[in-house]
Design a protein around this ligand. Structure first.
Ligand code: FAD
Length: 498
């Protein structure tokens, strides 16, 4: 896919990166200012080839239904569900935007990118049974999670997912929750469809073009140097506003632009591999997304899950992730990325964050040493009858976790996403990974809100016609949020919630 129109030397908004974040930003800006000139530069051959690709992420529509890392348990056994409520609201916002775009004809038939796939949490042992019971008690009282079910019974859990029970020794202490309204999302398809519409509306998309330098002009605009990777030619494009959806390379570009807000920031790369099978005998028995509990002290991204997926119309089951240590910030990045990111202002924060996150180091070491037999052993916790021959290992996307400077010279490893905007709002970028693509719409709204402060009131009113959730306070008005969700689900071909 490539834009018919090539970038002019001066544009209103320049977006870097052909992932879901730039695609979402472009879609929103075009609806508020259709007359503005917009250009996207992407260094690879196509859009959605990095983290946003269907095979590079787990395809979870993160509504915090069953991902146990969003409901932490305190030492006294109490469970906090406030983060789950917030994340659920963020995904609702995303769904309402996609629903409007389908109605507009800007996105295609919804099953090409989103499908109803129940989510489950699955745990073993007395202590975990107790945790899941308490989590279910609290969540099922909240309107967002009212249709969640809970069971400790083999027969019931087998009805939800036969693969979890087949071959399991009788009498094991197990428990599960079942959320029928979960989704599986092909974020690559979302990204490609958004970019097709972007180009159709006159946006310029230049593939195989890498942004190599950024300089601020005296009037606050930006001169962006871009290299055509086909012939090596470089040119400079001037832009009033610059938005960086460059995934693991966003921090590098913010530093090139001299944005003081990223002083002390560093990145920690974690690669992810998964086992996958397309054997119909296995995929037929597993049509849910099942989340387990991360090992004690392990980071949230190591939470194991056994996922039913639909990518390019093909049913697949996927298990992982197994973390790896590859010092790149993008899958198609360079092994020198980590080394080249070191600066005098971030060396100590990176070192202290590393020392304080020995749990992550331990998981990385264990996963690096794991062979196929060890990986299948881990899979047996979820699917006792799994056989090695059915499952192949593949490498998913590269995560670049944020290390944020904290007190003094210390640094803290963050597992979320962070939007960085310069004080005058003319440059913004997105750092981090989770909950990622599911929250592309709230992330894009955050960027626009801080970049276009003076115009935001008008923008918000106009955007509300395509993002009905915009402005709804999910914490104080969950029932209104559910009404809007029901409208969006109808547009997205998702079943009505019970
Ligand atoms: C293993 C894994 C599992 C995940 N699972 C989920 C999940 O289940 N659900 C979920 O919601 N999220 C998930 N995520 C997170 C989600 O995939 C990401 O948050 C999201 O895709 C990021 O989108 P993006 O547009 O910011 O970046 P990307 O999709 O990575 O796109 C960035 C683009 O910028 C381009 N680029 C970089 N530098 C330049 C430059 N200088 N010039 C031009 N182009 C440049 C890159 O080539 C790339 O195409 C997962 C991520 C990983 C790695």
């Amino acid at each position: 896919m490539e834009g018919a129109k090539s970038a002019s030397d001066s544009v209103d908004v320049l977006l870097v990166g052909g992932g879901i974040v730039s695609a979402t930003l472009g879609a929103m800006i075009q609806r508020v200012h259709p007359e503005w000139s917009l250009t996207v530069f992407e260094r690879l051959d196509e859009v959605a080839l990095e983290s946003s690709n269907g095979w590079n992420n787990a395809g979870t529509g993160h509504a915090a239904l069953c991902e146990l890392n969003y409901t932490p348990e305190a030492a006294d056994g109490s469970v906090n569900i406030s983060k789950a409520i917030a994340i659920n609201g963020q995904f609702l916002t995303t769904k309402t935007f996609w629903g409007s775009l389908v109605t507009e004809g800007a996105m295609r038939e919804p099953s090409t990118f989103i499908n109803n796939t129940a989510h489950m949490a699955f745990v073993r042992g007395d202590a975990n049974q107790k945790f899941l019971r308490e989590r279910f008690r609290l969540m099922s009282e909240h309107p967002f999670f009212h249709d969640m079910e809970h069971s400790e019974d083999y027969g019931q859990i087998e009805q939800w997912s036969p693969l979890l029970i087949e071959g399991r020794p009788a009498g094991e202490k197990i428990a599960a929750t079942y959320a029928p309204s979960g989704t599986d999302v092909d974020f690559g398809a979302v990204t490609r469809q958004l970019f097709e519409d972007f180009v159709a509306r006159g946006g310029a998309l230049e593939l195989k073009h890498e942004v190599t330098d950024i300089e601020r002009n005296a009037d606050g605009s930006w001169n962006v140097t871009v290299k055509n990777l086909r012939d090596g030619a470089t040119r400079v494009v001037r832009t009033k506003v610059l938005m960086l959806g460059a995934g693991g390379y966003t921090l590098k570009l913010l530093r090139k632009a001299g944005v003081p807000e990223v002083k002390g920031y560093g990145l920690f790369p974690v690669s992810g591999t998964f086992l996958s099978t397309e054997n119909p005998a296995v995929t037929a028995k597993h049509q849910t997304k099942v989340y387990g509990k991360a090992a004690e002290g392990a980071p949230p991204m190591s939470m194991p899950h056994l996922d039913a997926r639909i990518i390019d119309g093909q049913r697949t089951a996927l298990f992982g992730p197994f973390a790896g240590l590859v010092p790149k910030f993008l899958k198609e990045g360079s092994v020198l990325d980590l080394f080249q990111s070191l600066r005098t202002d971030n060396v100590l924060p990176i070192a202290t964050a590393g020392l304080e996150n020995l749990g992550l180091t331990k998981v990385l070491a264990q996963d690096l040493l794991a062979n196929q037999a060890k990986r299948i052993e881990a899979l047996h916790d979820f699917a006792p009858t799994a056989v090695s021959d059915d499952w192949r290992l593949f490498t998913a996307g590269q995560r670049a976790q944020i290390i944020k400077p904290s007190s003094g010279t210390k640094g803290t490893l963050q597992f979320g996403t962070e939007v960085i905007t310069s004080a005058n709002g003319t440059i913004a970028g997105v750092l981090g990974a989770s909950p990622g693509a599911s929250t592309a719409v709230p992330i894009a709204l955050d960027i626009l809100r801080s970049s276009f402060k003076d115009e935001w009131e008008r923008w918000e009113n106009e955007l509300r016609s395509v993002i009905p959730m915009l402005g709804t306070d999910v914490a104080s008005d969950p029932h209104r949020a559910l009404e809007l969700e029901a409208e969006a689900d109808t547009k997205l071909g998702l079943p009505k919630r019970g």
